[in-house]
Design a protein around this ligand. Structure first.
Ligand code: PBG
Length: 329
């Protein structure tokens, strides 16, 4: 009889030894919940993201209460802007009484213990749907845009935001935002930088949700978001953002970019996050709705993939569902 020198299946034989050798775990502490908010009443479903709704301020507070009860550490806000308030320069982004700023104030008053993160980029506010200010040719101008992002970031921090999250991919914005936050007295407001953000087709449903898809039309974001072909370039982006003062870095999208997550964690050893984006959410939802995939098993497997790749946390639209599953098990 042939006996292999080692049998890996031995440790997989029983649940107790599978548990014993498990290298990674999923916890509610790993979750950041992205939420869409609107200035009207009630909840408006997002057609391309089954189960996701745009929330009024009142409904936002209801959901925030649920997040606190579930132990989710942080929520991330994405406002839907009234088309009448959109402009070429996206000035609504730094309106102290804008939707995002009012939402932050209401959240921090109701649930001071819940971390509130805000997205810094101009796309929900511009008539052309780009993340920055454009020239006649439609090119996003870097340095003028950074000045606008600084105003937006400070207005969010003034409203009480705990984490500022620039998702625009302009050069030099982390340094500019850090300096402006410090000068405004917000030395403890954290920055989670979308450092390695790719020009991805997986953002499609998100652009429906915030209502920027129609503004953007057939244009793309390839002059500022990264080329999916590149990995070394992502390391350079991460190094720059850390140098400029980022507290946490993010890779986005998630599942197609797990190699990037692993490289960031291995090469820099800093707090590293992955964004399971709208398209990743919708794929799982659509397949599950057709009975082709087991939703819970696939979501948890994807989460484990993020953890194994080295992510300290994941931005996911499944966050409350995952937290509930973890409670049940
Ligand atoms: C905007 C922004 C986007 C996402 C987060 N912030 C879209 C984009 O860059 O076009 C995508 C999130 C998702 O798809 O879930 N700067």
């Amino acid at each position: 009889m042939f006996h292999p020198s080692y049998r890996p299946r031995r440790m997989r034989h029983d649940e107790f030894s599978r548990r014993l050798m498990r290298e990674n775990t999923i916890s509610t502490n790993d979750l950041i919940y992205p939420l869409f908010i609107h200035d009207g009443q009630g909840r408006i479903p997002v057609a391309s993201m089954p189960g996701v709704e745009r929330l009024s301020l009142e409904e936002l507070l209801v959901v925030a209460g649920e997040c606190v009860a579930l132990g989710i550490p942080v929520i991330d806000l994405f406002p839907v802007t009234d088309p009448a308030r959109k402009s070429l320069d996206g000035a609504e982004a730094w309106n102290p009484d804008g939707l995002a700023q009012r939402a932050v104030r209401a959240l921090k008053a109701a649930y001071p213990q819940l971390g509130v993160m805000t997205d810094v980029a101009l796309d929900p506010y511009t008539t052309h749907g780009q993340d920055g200010i454009i020239d006649e040719a439609g090119y996003v101008l870097n340095d003028i845009t950074v000045q606008a992002l600084v105003k937006q970031a400070v207005s969010h921090a003034d409203a009480g935001a705990d984490i500022i999250s620039p998702s625009d991919m302009m050069d030099g914005r982390i340094a500019a935002i850090r300096q402006a936050l410090d000068e405004a007295g917000h030395i403890n407001v954290r920055i989670m930088s979308y450092s390695a953000k790719y020009a991805s087709a997986f953002y499609g449903p998100f652009r429906d949700a915030v209502g920027s898809a129609g503004n953007l039309g057939k244009a793309d974001k390839k002059t500022y978001q990264m080329d999916p072909a590149n990995s070394d370039e992502a390391m350079r982006e991460i190094a720059l953002d850390l140098d400029e003062g980022a507290d946490m870095v993010m890779v986005k999208p998630g599942m197609p970019y797990l190699d990037i997550v692993r490289r960031v964690k291995s090469e820099f050893g800093v707090p590293t996050f992955a964004y399971q984006v709208s398209g990743e959410y919708s794929m799982i939802k659509a397949a599950a709705a057709n009975g082709w995939l087991d939703e819970k098993a696939c979501v948890m497997e994807a989460m484990m993939g993020f953890k194994r790749a080295g992510a300290d946390g994941v931005l996911t639209y499944f966050a409350p569902q995952i937290a509930r599953w973890l409670k049940e098990d």
